[in-house]
Ligand binder design. Structure first.
Ligand code: NOJ
Length: 536
């Protein structure tokens, strides 16, 4: 199924700069990452998502791009990039890259030319002679960002920026800008990428007239990107970052032409469900995001490089998630998100970590894993904003955690060296040696997931469980059928899943042994999970 490769497998999100340093300069690099491909292939990774690695002043973790056609000199060269793509391909791993088209860095030559009044570039950005009245609305980063329109002394005008003031928005309504965007997409597609994680899609497709308002029905530009790819590179996908209302989802997949979207609705409600030990919010989120076209797919995640965005929860719901997973104000961001990693949020509790990962692997869609979460890495709250969750990968208990041979003060980001999640305590090498480690459990879980392709490809339904704490989903594809049941409560449950409706014998996928339900009931331990496959 190469043309639908994104319907199954494991996407691994990695910050190149904090993964593995091959040349001892303190910055992770593409060659360092290439050196870890065997580990990633063995884990079961089928697709790498590289966070931005382009030339950049690096004030927004590389999302402030100053050259769309290169590699940041600390991270390597274009040659290293091509070598990485080829080496990954040798191991059956695809590569998708971040595509940041909403804005550039203010150091990008286009912006420099535009503000100097060069007529060829002025309309690459969005300008106003006077400060627009709505300049304080539509701010994405409250607290760190005061406005969406900033005065530029050189241009003597205001420019629009959805995000930080050093990230001026590109004017996608300008056909010359769109031609540049298509060139960028074409360039990386020719270099062999299998897809693009499109940054900030809702803002990208806003028509200029609606700046500061909700996205309009202007999906034509997005669709043009999809068409461009379809003609030349049929299996290259667009994975959109769009945290939008459910009514809008259809347009992003349909007219917009995105192949995948991150399921932010499910992510927020998953955390709510875990906080309340109540599966119903998650079941509702799944129902709300069901029914997407068969060729499209959700990308599910627990954590990523940003804060967990709880912006779509009601106040009391958000309060419950904060109380459970980020009670300290320092753990919160913009009063609506949590800037922590998975393992500390769950107190390093193994049963809850397994529950969370087991859910991730059995939600309708394709799972996305954030680097370091496979070993239960922690965060560093002394770092600014979202930097807390972007610390170096912890490879070993040795000096520098095996990340780099440089002196620690030269590191691109400090490594976690204190507290219960320090690299001496939490690292890959130790977990590889230990058959009972989280890493080796995840290996087994991912192997089990590969035995159930119907989870990614098939249709699914929620089974009534008669129990608010239990989520049970049935996946079917052709003759294949799997039921995944999860108990979110800290006490055991015995839901009635009416298993007699399934034609065939039940096999517990993890143990690969026949499963005999007690009557119709399935035993689930505290925070327990069970995947049952129906075999003829
Ligand atoms: C979304 C990215 O995930 C985030 O890290 C970044 O700050 C904004 N887009 C702006 O590019």
């Amino acid at each position: 199924m190469t043309e639908r490769w994104y319907k199954n497998g494991l996407i691994y999100e990695v910050g190149v700069r904090t993964y593995a340093d091959s040349n001892g300069d303190g910055s992770g690099d593409l060659r360092g990452l290439a050196g870890r491909l065997d580990y990633l292939a063995a884990l079961g990774v089928t697709c790498l998502w590289l966070l931005p690695f382009y030339p950049s002043p690096w004030r927004d973790d590389g999302y402030d791009v100053s050259d769309f056609y290169g590699v940041h000199s600390d991270l390597g060269t274009l040659g290293d990039f091509v070598q990485l793509v080829q080496a990954a391909d040798d191991r059956g791993i695809r590569v998708i890259v971040d595509l940041v088209l909403n804005h550039t860095s203010d150091e990008h030559p286009w912006f420099q030319a535009a503000r100097a009044g060069d007529p060829a570039f002025r309309d690459f950005y969005v300008w106003a002679d006077r400060r627009p009245a709505d300049a304080e609305s539509g701010i994405v980063f409250p607290g760190v960002q005061k406005t969406t329109w900033t005065y530029d002394r050189k241009a003597r005008r205001y420019y629009f920026h959805r995000f930080y003031d050093f990230e001026p928005d590109l004017n996608i309504d300008n056909p010359v800008v769109r031609a540049e965007m298509e060139k960028i997409i074409g360039f990386w597609a020719e270099l062999g990428v299998s897809g693009f994680r499109m940054d900030a899609v809702p803002f990208l497709i806003e028509p200029a007239g609606a700046r500061g308002l909700a996205p309009g029905p202007e999906f034509a530009h997005l669709h043009a990107f999809r068409q461009q790819l379809s003609w030349r590179h049929g299996d290259v996908i667009l994975l959109g970052e769009a945290n939008v209302e459910r009514e809008e989802i259809g347009d992003y997949f349909g007219v917009g032409g995105l192949h995948m979207l991150f399921n932010f609705t499910v992510n927020q409600r998953l955390w709510l469900a875990l906080a309340r030990e109540d599966a119903r919010p998650l079941a509702r989120a799944l129902a709300e995001t069901a029914g997407i076209p068969a060729s499209d797919q959700w990308a599910n995640f627990l954590r990523n490089h940003d804060e967990i965005d709880l912006g779509r929860l009601a106040d009391d719901e958000r309060a419950d998630v904060f109380a459970a997973f980020g009670p300290d104000p320092d753990m919160q961001l913009y009063e609506r998100g949590i800037r922590r990693r998975l393992a500390p949020m769950l107190d390093g509790d193994r049963a809850r970590l397994e529950l969370a990962f087991s859910l991730l692997l059995t939600l309708p869609g394709t799972p996305v894993l954030y680097y370091g979460d496979e070993i239960g890495m922690g965060e560093d709250l002394s770092l600014r904003e979202r930097e807390s969750v972007r610390t170096p990968m912890q490879w070993t208990a040795d000096r520098n955690g095996g990340f780099s041979t440089a002196r620690q003060r030269e590191f691109a980001a400090p490594i976690v060296s204190k507290g219960p999640f320090r690299y001496a305590e939490v690292n890959l090498a130790d977990q590889q040696q230990d058959a009972d480690s989280l890493l080796n459990w995840l290996h087994r879980a991912l192997r089990a997931r590969r035995q159930c392709p119907e989870i990614g490809e098939g249709g699914w339904e929620t089974l009534p469980t008669g129990n608010a704490s239990v989520l049970a989903l049935r996946f079917r594809s052709g003759e294949r059928e799997t039921i995944a049941a999860h108990n979110l409560a800290a006490t055991p449950r015995r839901p009635n899943l009416r298993l007699s409706g399934s034609a065939g014998a039940l096999v517990d996928v993890f143990s690969d042994r026949p499963y005999e339900p007690a009557g119709e009931r399935v035993e689930l331990g505290p925070h327990g999970y069970r995947w049952l496959q129906v075999r003829a």
